[in-house]
Write a protein that binds this ligand. Structure first.
Ligand SMILES: CC(C)(COP(=O)(O)OP(=O)(O)OC[C@H]1O[C@@H](n2cnc3c(N)ncnc32)[C@H](O)[C@@H]1OP(=O)(O)O)[C@@H](O)C(=O)NCCC(=O)NCCS
Length: 405
């Protein structure tokens, strides 16, 4: 998933149809009293039909999937700040026009115990697929994760998508480390997900830092950062903030900024492809997001000489003020960097948040560990690290294909 400030399965990620009814029966190794038994029982894997709306058929399974996601996120980061409700997750999974995505679940006696996600670009000839596997802690080491990974990897193979990418949290642990080839960050070598991904042939390409800003931020500090940044940026740049949908006159500009998120943010050895946005895609994404109880606050910089937006940042705000706010994408176009626009927009959007939806406990954000410019801005505002994710890649060789000819 393109490198941005948040790539987990929330607002703005790729969409895709559920559907299909294929069920694969598998064996489970059950574990008890700390000993690994090899007694056999059954689990099934099937593609999840995404419910059409809250409480529509399939809703209980969707709620189970959301709960599962939240348990695994909380386990990895040691905080409930990253929780999304089933209602909040649904719109992104229903919007399949531009963001193909599919979900598979593993069940034991009809209870959802694990899930796998499969996301691609709309472009049929692109060869990337973004995969994720999450197993409830009580059901691990029984082969369920491997069976789900096999399922989505096989799907990628049938679609001829040979570059497989997985982002996953690695909780802190003692012992040997596996360093990212970027030279920035590492993950604990003996963690289950690290062993799992290595066993499946993935290579660690990048480490991302999850950070948290405790709210309320000190108003005077935010004001000072904004004023300093505005002075540095000068009069050519003006800040514009809005809630919800992008004003029609700026749709093309925002579409360009989203496209450049996929090319202008550091993606290390992941080499993620360009993901093209148009005004139509933006309208489609924002229309589906309107069904979510969250609302998006945007701050953007207008370059007055050209009349175009050249930078933006977004906050995803839950309806309940006792829940954490998610920092979404932030981007300054390459040709406008060095004018403190990142700090200008982030401080402006925090001020906007304090006015429009006060009382939230925190903001969380994700950045590549080598993305020093963005980390500098976030650290200055008061963000502190809360955990780390590995970004992994496996490239299938075409030897097998070649042999067939
Ligand atoms: C990583 C995860 C998906 C593994 O699921 P799982 O069902 O326990 O995995 P499996 O039982 O299929 O294990 C497959 C292989 O992974 C490795 N592995 C998984 N967990 C391990 C552990 N705790 N210690 C050592 N090796 C482990 C082993 O090689 C294992 O094969 P083996 O049992 O024959 O030794 C699970 O721990 C999880 O959901 N973690 C949180 C989400 C996540 O990190 N996902 C990563 C992929 S995107």
């Amino acid at each position: 998933m393109q490198n941005c400030e948040d790539h987990r399965d929330v607002d703005g990620f790729r969409g895709g149809a559920g559907g299909g009814g294929e069920i694969v029966r598998c064996s489970v190794r059950s574990q008890a009293h700390g000993l690994l038994w090899r007694s056999m029982s059954n689990f099934s894997i099937e593609e999840l039909v995404i419910p059409a709306s809250p409480n529509a058929p399939g809703w209980p399974s969707w709620e189970a999937v959301a709960a599962l996601r939240n348990i695994v996120e909380a386990e990895g980061f040691g905080t409930d700040d990253l929780q999304y409700s089933a209602d909040e997750l649904l719109p992104g999974w229903l919007n399949t026009t531009y963001d193909p995505k599919r979900m598979f679940v593993a069940r034991v006696n009809s209870t959802v115990v694990a899930r796998a996600t499969y996301e691609t670009l709309l472009e049929p000839n692109d060869n990337h697929a973004w995969l994720g596997v999450q197993v409830l802690p009580a059901w691990r080491r029984r082969g369920i994760g491997a069976a789900l990974a096999d399922r989505v990897e096989a799907l990628a193979a049938t679609e001829n998508r040979r570059e497989l990418i997985a982002y996953t949290v690695s909780a802190e642990a003692t012992g040997e480390r596996l360093a990212a080839p970027t030279g920035f960050g590492s993950v604990p070598r003996d963690n289950p997900e690290v062993r799992f991904l290595l066993a499946h042939g993935y290579r660690l390409e990048q480490v991302e830092r999850g950070s948290r800003l405790a709210l309320p931020a000190d108003d005077s500090v935010i004001r000072r950062f904004r004023a300093d940044a505005a002075a540095r940026a000068g009069r050519d740049y003006t800040v514009h903030c809005w809630s919800g949908e992008t004003p029609p006159r700026w749709r093309d500009d925002l579409a360009l900024l989203f496209t450049r998120m996929s090319t202008d943010a550091p993606t290390a050895g992941l080499q993620e492809p360009e993901d093209v946005w148009t005004a139509e895609r933006l309208v489609s994404a924002e229309a589906s997001r309107a069904a979510s109880p969250r609302r998006m606050l945007t701050a953007a910089a207008l370059f007055e000489p050209s009349g175009h937006l050249v930078a933006f940042t977004q906050l995803s705000v839950p309806a309940e003020s006792n829940r954490s706010v998610g920092q979404e994408d932030t981007l300054v176009l390459r040709e406008h960097r060095g004018h403190r626009l990142g700090m200008l927009l982030k401080s402006a959007n925090l001020e906007y948040l304090a006015q429009a939806s006060p009382g939230h406990p925190s903001v969380t954000t994700f950045n590549a560990e080598e993305n020093r410019h963005m980390l500098d801005v976030n650290e200055a505002l008061g963000f502190v690290p809360m955990g780390y994710e590995g970004a992994w890649k496996r490239v299938e060789t075409i030897a097998g294909l070649a042999e067939k000819h």
